[in-house]
Design a protein around this ligand. Structure first.
Ligand code: NAD
Length: 453
């Protein structure tokens, strides 16, 4: 099938590359000329395991093209995927300017039937707005081409995006009950049929339910994290180990083990903005989502917890003190630092007068970029970008772990002890066992693990 992907970011690039891998002819369009130039030169702009190979293979096979040419891109695909960003407005609502601009471009140039697929995460009712934009452009041209707007939200996880796209646990598709909607459903069924060979993974529903499903999923996941974080802080007070509690409750199949980890708060481009956007949608209907408001507040506080633990141990005046920070990306296997807890921690430490040496296996370049935006030049001068995890430790009072990269899970503790000024670890992801850390001679501060012995 001929497919156009509008927006070549995390979701657009992965979607385009994976659909090309299945034999489709894909054009990925973006307004960012630098990104398209980079992709056409053979490089890829993001770190995502396995993606580079899939992109290269399909580009070389002539099934995957990158373009800034709107007219040619709209002409190419019978399916037009909109995968542009939906960042938060100041009031928390989703900013739909990029989605609607993409819709207008389709309407301005399309001839013949098109299926317009909303893959971006968009509030309930957005498909109707996309439809109105496309129709207005068609009317302005006196063009009578038929089209249908479908909702097909994306559930991939950064860091495992190719794997998630190729082996989805579900595909959600919302179509409307019109003849055009029926035609769109048939094309979507054909497109996704390779994913449904072993068993049916597609959930067909109406458009609004599909739009809602994406927000409900992210809101549920964010709720689990904030729930565990709030209990972890209580565990610290009462002298319990949240990790033991996690095993204890996760074994109940109604609860399950996944996504129950206490830590330094959630970040990334999705949970924070999607929780806010859902709350905002509810407010438009005079409903307040009390649970989600609490989820957000808890997360905001949780991003401060590591810094507060350090202040409790070393005092609020950290002038002359130096700390090592391992893990900058908002989660492992990505270089994405959007809303990353490490950004909050680094700012806290610098505000209290400390200096830091930071290390991440893949996000160093991105860290230089975002920290330069977060920090003043003076504060930036107190950040050293280390070349290895061990290099970051030199002369540090303590090691602070913010992202649970695999490479940090079994480090050489003897070398860590030798490199640090004091054998102190603040573990924002509960990677280590407190008893083993004590045995190894470390003062250990996890999240929710201040067990009374
Ligand atoms: P991104 O910021 O990485 O990429 C968006 C791209 O769209 C950018 O390259 C931008 O230049 C381009 N763009 C903007 N306007 C355009 C236009 N009019 N025409 C062509 N290109 C245009 O964003 P992302 O992380 O890929 O997210 C995209 C959407 O998918 C968002 O709604 C997001 O919530 C959702 N989503 C993201 C993830 C994730 O893990 N990143 C997962 C599921 C869903």
């Amino acid at each position: 099938m001929n497919i156009t992907i509008i927006g070549t970011g995390y979701v657009g690039l992965v979607t385009g590359a994976c659909l090309a891998e299945l034999g489709n002819h894909v054009v990925c369009l973006d307004i960012d000329q630098f990104k398209i130039k980079l992709l056409n030169s053979g490089a890829i702009p993001i770190h995502e395991p396995g993606l580079e190979e899939v992109v290269a293979r399909n580009r070389d096979a002539g099934r995957l093209h990158f373009s800034t040419d709107v007219v040619a891109s709209v002409a190419h695909g019978e399916l037009q995927f909109i995968a542009v960003g939906t960042p938060p407005n100041e009031d928390g609502s989703a900013d739909l300017q990029y989605v609607l601009a993409a819709a207008r471009n389709i309407g301005r140039h399309m001839v013949g039937f098109k299926v317009i697929v909303d893959k971006s995460t968009v509030p309930v009712g957005t498909a109707d707005r996309v439809k109105a934009c496309v129709q207005a452009e068609l009317d302005a041209r006196g063009e009578r081409a038929a089209f249908s707007v479908v909702s097909n939200p994306e559930f991939l996880k950064e860091g495992a995006a190719v794997e998630d796209f190729m082996r989805p646990d579900r595909i959600v598709i919302g179509c409307d009950a019109t003849p055009e909607g029926e035609r769109a459903r048939n094309l979507m069924r054909k497109l996704y049929s390779p994913f449904n060979r072993n068993h049916e993974r597609t959930f067909w529903m109406d458009v609004r339910s599909a739009e809602f499903t994406k927000y409900a999923a992210n809101a549920m996941l964010a709720t689990r994290i904030s729930f565990m974080n709030e209990l972890a802080n209580l565990a610290d007070q009462v002298g319990a180990d949240i990790e033991a509690v996690r095993y204890g409750i996760g074994s109940d199949p109604r609860i399950g083990h996944s996504f129950l980890y206490a830590g330094a708060g959630y970040g990334g481009s999705c949970f924070p903005k999607d929780v806010q956007a859902l709350e905002r949608t509810a407010r438009e209907y005079d409903q307040e989502l009390l649970i989600l408001r609490a989820v957000e507040q808890v997360n905001h506080k949780q991003k401060l917890v590591l810094g507060l633990k350090i202040a409790k141990r070393f005092g609020h005046d950290l002038r002359g003190k130096h700390f090592a920070v391992w893990g900058l990306a908002f989660k492992p296997n990505t270089d994405d630092m959007r809303e990353a807890p490490a950004r909050v921690l680094i700012k806290q430490l610098l505000d209290d007068g400390a200096s830091v040496a930071v290390y991440d296996p893949v996000a160093m370049k991105e860290a230089r970029r975002v920290l330069a935006l977060d920090l003043s030049a003076g504060d930036m001068a107190r950040v050293r970008f280390a070349v290895s995890p061990m290099d970051a430790l030199t002369d540090a009072e303590a090691l602070v772990i913010v992202t649970e990269w695999k490479a940090f899970r079994s480090p050489d503790f003897e070398r860590i002890k030798l490199a640090l000024k004091q054998a102190i670890v603040f573990d924002g992801r509960n990677l280590f066992r407190p008893d083993l850390m004590a045995e190894a001679g470390f003062e250990y501060h996890g999240i929710g693990r201040s067990i009374l012995t």
